[in-house]
Design a protein around this ligand. Structure first.
Ligand code: IPM
Ligand code: MG
Length: 356
């Protein structure tokens, strides 16, 4: 098969980690007889520096016309004080919105090889953590109206959090379907004791639950979820939640696994077009030092093969390559412990590509 992939390398460690994923994808293409064509598009701070905007219209068109988009990371202190309308993160939100990427899948798995990297006790981590956060990605407070005004001589800032039934229903379906393919348990996370948008969320999820009797469904409040993720994380299979709760909980969940550097994500539309990215940020403090962990990006590429290209064996091959590297003791500094083999970003990429 021939596929066109847009690379949004972005800022900070973005370029170095995406380069490793490309190496691995090329190894997959060679082994399985595919052709992957890459087009690079600037996004985030690097685009602000070149064009004065975090993504150009032309760049956005290229993303829309691709078979899939692979993203590194955007942002950094250099652009912290630019006008909010052109912040690097704006481009990321615009791509999500324009490509209709409403469903963000964030699997959180503790690799058995890294069991002692989890900050939680063995008694809590048990036989491993394996949960999936399904985050709504194009609605809620991220995309509501926002403004700052002066009222009675002081500044007042407002952000609207809005959800419509169809937005809740379509993310709910993704979550129920995802649960069906896993351990058939779904918890819907909300703040229905306070927010109207959460009450509509909950009512809509209950309606869907009737269509999926095979799925063991429950509601859980977001504050309690934050606690339960630390207290008893293995109780969860799939969690579905709105945009901002999902942003926060997915960072929390990623830490259960020891390093946010290992975690991939997929942002899916109603078609096959998707954007794939590690859940970590641009880590400007270690950019260019060749010590970043490329595994989150490489695993994101595996999700791309699975969800956008329907290449299941190829995706399995990438996951096997990661497991093999970990089994062989290779560790980037974020997951390094005495007695293991310390490798940099490039070397880890070489090892993973060779394992394919
Ligand atoms: C994420 C990030 C983004 C988000 C930022 C960079 C806008 O934190 O993908 O989780 O909040 O969605
Ligand atoms: Mg986040």
């Amino acid at each position: 098969m021939e596929k066109n992939i847009v690379l949004l390398k972005g800022d900070g460690i973005g370029p170095e980690i995406v380069d490793q994923a490309v190496k691995v994808l090329d190894a997959v293409a060679e082994k399985y007889g595919h052709k992957f064509n890459y087009t690079e598009v600037d996004i985030g701070g690097c685009s602000i520096d070149k064009y004065g905007v975090p993504i150009t219209d032309e760049g956005m068109e290229k993303c829309k016309n691709a078979d899939a988009v692979l993203l590194g990371a955007v942002g950094g202190p250099k652009w912290d004080n630019v006008d909010p309308s052109i912040r690097p993160e704006k481009a990321l939100l615009a791509v999500r919105r324009e490509l209709g990427l409403f469903a963000n899948l964030r699997p959180t798995r503790l690799f058995p090889q890294l069991a002692d990297s989890s900050p939680l006790k063995q008694s809590i981590v048990g036989n491993g953590i394996d949960l999936m956060i399904v985050r709504e990605l194009t609605g809620g407070i991220y995309f509501g109206k926002r403004y700052t005004e002066v009222v009675d001589g002081e500044k007042v800032a407002t952000d609207y959090m809005t959800y419509s039934e169809h937005e809740i229903e379509r993310i709910g379906r993704v979550a129920f379907e995802s649960a069906l393919k896993r351990n058939k348990k779904l918890a819907s996370v909300d703040k229905a004791n306070v927010l109207d948008s959460s009450r509509l969320w909950r009512a809509t999820m209950h309606r869907l639950a009737e269509e999926y009797p095979q799925v063991e469904y429950s509601d859980i409040l977001v504050d309690n979820t934050a606690m339960q993720l630390i207290k008893n994380p293995t109780q969860f299979d799939v969690l579905v939640t709105e945009n901002m709760f999902g942003d926060i909980l997915s960072d929390e969940a990623s830490m259960l696994t020891g390093s946010i550097g290992m975690m991939p994500s997929a942002s899916l539309s109603s078609g096959t077009l998707g954007m794939y990215e590690p859940i970590h940020g641009s880590a400007p403090d270690i950019a260019g030092m060749d010590i970043a962990n490329p595994i989150g990006t490489v695993m994101s590429a595996a999700m791309m093969l699975r969800y956008s290209f329907d290449m299941m064996d190829e995706a399995d091959a990438i996951e096997a390559a990661v497991n093999k590297a970990l089994d062989a003791g290779y560790r980037t500094p974020d997951i390094y412990k005495d007695g293991f083999k310390r490798v940099g970003c490039t070397e880890m990429g070489d090892i993973l590509a060779a394992n394919i």
